[in-house]
Design a protein around this ligand. Structure first.
Ligand SMILES: Nc1ncnc2c1ncn2[C@@H]1O[C@H](COP(=O)(O)OP(=O)(O)OP(=O)(O)O)[C@@H](O)[C@H]1O
Length: 247
C-alpha cells in the first residue's frame, strides 16, 4: 500500500505573457510508508515543482495525485531555513504546534527532546541571527518534525552547508527517520548524499522533467559514515553518476 501515488502527472507553467514552460512530463511515482526516497536531476528539471505539487503548494496541470494517509500531515523543509527572525529558537520551533492548536504539555515536552537531540539544548533562547547555517537548518528540521507529520518533504535542505556539517546532518536525519518511521521525499544535487540516505533514488531527465530511472539502494542500515569508503557504496555512486544526464 502506498502513502503517495503520482500518476501521469504533468506541469506546464504559463507566465502572464502566455509563454509556457513544460516543467514535468508523465511523472509516475508510488511511495510506500517509511520509505526514504531521493530525487536527483539536472538544474531546472522540475524537482522543486514536483515536491511543491505533492505538498499542495503548486497546482498540477494534469494527472493524479493520491494521498493514502489519514491525516496527510506533511512537514516541508526548504533550501533555506526560513526561520522567523523576531522569534527565538524555541518560539520558531513551536510555531507550527501553536498554529495547529496542538501545543499541549506532552507535545512541548517532545519538542524539547527533539531540540536536545539536535544539539540545540543551549540555544533555545538564541535568535536566528546568532546561529550558524547548520544550526538554523536543524531548527527548521525540528520545526517540521514538531507536529509529527507522516511525510517529510525536503527540498535540498543541506545544499548550503559545509561538507562536515552536511555529513553530521545526514546522520542526524537518518537517526530521526529511523526513530520516527517517517516517509521522506528528499531533493539533492549530491550523488553521494542520495546514495547514503536513500532506499530508492529517482533520477530525473532534463526539462521537461521525466523519470529516467529509479535506482534501489541495497545498502545495510543503520548507515555509518564509513559506509562511504566501501566498494559497494562507490559502485552505486558511479552507477548514479553514469545515469545522470546533463544538459
Ligand atoms: N512559478 C514558476 N513560473 C514559471 N516557471 C517556473 C516557476 N517555477 C519554476 N519554473 C520553471 O520550471 C522549471 C522547473 O523548475 P524547478 O524549480 O522545479 O526545477 P529544479 O529541478 O528544482 O531546479 P534546481 O535544481 O535548479 O533547484 C524551470 O525551467 C523553471 O524555470
Amino acid at each position: 500500500m502506498s502513502i503517495i501515488e503520482v500518476k501521469r502527472l504533468n506541469k506546464i507553467y504559463k507566465n502572464n505573457k502566455g509563454k509556457e514552460t513544460h516543467a514535468l512530463s508523465n511523472i509516475n511515482i508510488s511511495i510506500k510508508p517509511s520509505e526514504f526516497i531521493s530525487i536527483i536531476g539536472p538544474s531546472g528539471c522540475g524537482k522543486s515543482t514536483l515536491l511543491q505539487i505533492v505538498a499542495g503548494l503548486e497546482e498540477k496541470t494534469s494527472g493524479e495525485l493520491n494521498w493514502n494517509s489519514e491525516e496527510g500531515e506533511i512537514g516541508y523543509v526548504f533550501q533555506d531555513a526560513t526561520l522567523l527572525p523576531w522569534k527565538n529558537v524555541w518560539d520558531n520551533a513551536k510555531f507550527p504546534l501553536e498554529m495547529r492548536k496542538k501545543d499541549t504539555i506532552e507535545n512541548l515536552e517532545k519538542l524539547e527532546r527533539l531540540l536536545d537531540f539536535s544539539g540545540l539544548a543551549d540555544f533555545k533562547h538564541a535568535f536566528p541571527k546568532e546561529l550558524s547555517g547548520g544550526m538554523k537548518q536543524r531548527v527548521s528540521i525540528v520545526r517540521a518534525l514538531s507536529y509529527d507529520p507522516d511525510i517529510l518533504l525536503m527540498d535540498e535542505p543541506f545544499g548550503a552547508l559545509d561538507a562536515m556539517t552536511r555529513d553530521k546532518m545526514n546522520l542526524e536525519l537518518l537517526r530521526v527517520w529511523q526513530e520516527t518511521n517517517k516517509t521522506v521525499l528528499f531533493i539533492t544535487h549530491s550523488i553521494s548524499e542520495a546514495v547514503f540516505l536513500s532506499d530508492r533514488v529517482i533520477i530525473m531527465s532534463p526539462r521537461p522533467g521525466r523519470i529516467q530511472k529509479v535506482l534501489d539502494i541495497n545498502l545495510p542500515r543503520p548507515r555509518h559514515i564509513e559506509l562511504k569508503d566501501t566498494s559497494l557504496f562507490i559502485e552505486y555512486v558511479k552507477e548514479l553518476r553514469g545515469l545522470l544526464q546533463y544538459e
